[in-house]
Design a protein around this ligand. Structure first.
Ligand code: NAD
Length: 431
């Protein structure tokens, strides 16, 4: 497994749990050192025990020696990052191509190189070209096995996937991957074999569709706010239709995270490059960007049009709960703008503080819990729906705060209960 980040670490540990012998290669020295010391650099429920038990069982190891890791490997997974390329929105494939070259140089026997990273359509072919030029002597197969795990429930998603998608070009690659995923056959996870291009596109199509669903309900929420309708009832009313489905219909401050923003942008570029532009996905990107940028204005308006000198408590910073991931989190533009406009921000996130510090303004005060953040605040904003925020007693919150304004960007609280506690409460798409 080349890359010991979110995907490499989770998939490596899960493959080991399925009984395979896994070597994870990580280039970042600090990350590698903590992995070797038994510390997991990311927060993902259950991952620490899964890694520890498989390391103990001798099925999982970490290192920086690619040659040693790939020697004798039946499959080499590429799980390095594919961030947005600066300036143009394309996926930056430099890490992928560098990893493939490094692997190719040290291969001693035929193997299957499998991309787990999310890569644009056509990347598998380019990898094949690299392999042919670097190692014309070896007959190496290329496969695509996009990963669909969700941060926060990554292990469950890997072990009990809705489906496994595998793009292959040869019977040998198909057989290697079939054997790797055989334990999942036993739980009847559907395994879909496709061409390389199809597998690559499925990943972008899936994320684009989900991002579109989120964006759709966010726009419905705006319409609800203008018409007096309730977006939760709208979501339920449409979601019970099996053709639509209930999931991903929660309104909020706009999607963030390590995948949707960069994958929708890359999908737009892929479509344009192939002369089949997707106006739908282009709109999703634009609508979501505008939404994230506009959330601070909501808070400022709720605070009476000005936050200068006011204290704003922020509950939740990560892009979603059960992760410490801050990549493209909606909290970044919200907190940034509030600080810029002169607010004192007191923030609390159960897991995200370490990742938040480098990306949020230095003046943010990090608090030990939600009530601590609320202490003396004029305004409270909920940005991430961590479970521990749900049970907060509105009366205690009201006591802690100096002001009475709550802006709930995740609809965590019952409007009636919040108003009964004396708050001027606003949420997303609800009267
Ligand atoms: N995070 C998710 O939830 C998720 C879900 C599905 C798919 N993906 C995709 O999986 C890919 C990886 O995402 P991630 O979130 O794990 O990224 P990440 O940045 O957390 O991890 C990538 C890791 O690869 C390491 N690396 C880079 N080049 C290397 C090399 N040549 N040798 C060894 N290690 C190297 C980096 O140091 C880093 O630790 C991306 O394409 C992403 O889109 C991510």
């Amino acid at each position: 497994m080349i890359g010991g980040g979110y995907v490499g670490l989770v998939s490596g540990a899960c493959f080991a749990e399925l009984g395979h012998d896994v070597a994870v290669v990580e280039a970042d020295a600090a990350k590698l050192a903590s992995l070797r010391a038994g510390q997991i650099p990311i927060f993902e429920p259950g991952l620490d025990t899964l890694v520890a038990s498989n390391v103990r069982a001798g099925r999982l190891r970490f290192g920086d020696d690619i040659a040693g890791a790939v020697a004798g490997a039946e499959a080499v997974f590429i799980a390095v990052g594919t961030p947005t390329r600066r300036g143009d929105g394309h996926a930056d494939l430099s890490f992928v191509f560098a990893a493939v070259e490094q692997v190719a140089r040290v291969l001693t026997a035929p193997t299957v190189i499998v991309t787990k990273s999310t890569v644009p359509v056509g990347t598998g072919r380019r990898i094949r070209e690299i392999l042919t030029s670097v190692r014309p002597d070896l007959d190496v197969d290329v496969a695509s096995n996009p990963e669909f795990l969700r941060e926060g429930s990554a292990i469950g998603d890997f072990m009990r996937p809705d489906r496994v998608v595998i793009g292959v070009e040869s019977e040998r690659a198909r057989e290697v991957l079939r054997q790797l995923y055989r334990p999942l056959y036993l739980i009847e996870a559907p395994i879909l074999f496709t061409s390389l291009e199809t597998a690559e596109l499925i990943k972008y199509a899936a994320n684009s569709f989900l991002a579109m669903k989120v964006t759709f309900i966010n726009e419905m929420a705006d319409i609800c706010e203008r018409t007096g309708a309730d977006v939760h009832d709208v979501a339920r009313g449409i979601g019970l239709d099996g053709r639509i489905g209930k999931k991903f219909l929660h309104p909020g401050p706009g999607f963030g995270g390590s995948c949707f923003p960069k994958d929708t942008l890359a999908m737009v570029r892929i479509a344009q490059d192939h002369g089949a532009p997707s106006r739908l996905i282009e709109a999703v990107v634009a609508v979501n960007d505008a939404r994230k940028a506009s959330m601070a204005a909501r808070v400022i308006a709720a605070a009476g049009g000005n936050v200068r000198g006011k204290t704003v408590a922020v509950l939740g910073l990560t892009f979603k709960p059960e992760t410490d991931d801050m990549r493209d989190a909606p909290s970044i533009p919200v907190v940034g703008r509030l600080v810029e406009d002169g607010a004192v921000v007191r923030a609390y996130d159960p897991e995200g503080e370490g990742q938040a510090r480098p990306v949020l303004p230095d003046s943010v005060i990090y608090c030990r819990d939600a009530l601590d953040a609320a202490q003396g605040a004029d305004v409270l904003v909920v940005i991430t729906e961590w479970n521990e925020f749900r049970a907060i007693d509105p009366a205690r919150l009201r006591e802690a705060m100096a002001g009475d304004v709550v802006v709930d960007l995740r609809n965590l609280y019952e409007p009636a209960a919040m108003r009964a506690a004396g708050f001027r409460y606003s949420s997303i798409g609800r009267p």
